[in-house]
Ligand binder design. Structure first.
Ligand SMILES: [Zn+2]
Ligand SMILES: [Zn+2]
Length: 147
């Protein structure tokens, strides 16, 4: 568990005049970022407990957050791209479906037109038949008259 050291002091472990970001509870020494690593990894400092300052923790936190945001935004971009592609695919499918429907409607309309033409032709044929009958009858009438 990391405890938070509130005070910021200069590093007492080296000569760089850097602000400390941690304090060792065993030495005790103030440690700058450069001095933390050896203090954490060198055998002579084995079991030394470094207490990080709030600033250092916040900095690491911001770095991690930044990394997370970059990663998340990359994932989000990929997701957005996927969604965009899905929308494109969907609209493409819908468009082709619409076109198919329009085509089908056109086909239907043509079929309707054909049937109405058929009906018209039938009606026309009826009229012709009627006319023929009338003419025939007329003729018959005329013939009858002549007779
Ligand atoms: Zn130490
Ligand atoms: Zn240092």
């Amino acid at each position: 568990m990391i405890e938070i050291e509130e005070k910021l002091s200069d590093c007492t472990s080296c000569t760089t005049d850097q602000k400390s970001v941690a304090r060792c509870s065993d030495c005790p020494q103030f440690l700058c970022p450069n001095c933390i690593s050896p203090h954490q990894f060198m055998r002579c400092f084995d079991n030394h407990k470094c207490i990080h300052t709030r600033e250092y923790i916040e900095e690491r936190y911001i770095e991690e957050l930044d990394f997370f945001i970059k990663k998340a935004s990359k994932v989000l971009n990929e997701e957005a791209f996927k969604v965009y592609r899905q929308v494109l695919e969907k609209s493409k499918n819908e468009l082709s479906k619409e076109l198919e429907e329009k085509h089908a409607n056109k086909h239907l309309a043509l079929m309707e037109m054909n049937s109405s033409i058929d009906q018209s032709i039938n009606k026309l044929l009826d009229v012709i038949k009627f006319s023929e009958r009338v003419l025939k009858n007329g003729n018959t009438f005329k013939i009858l008259l002549i007779k």
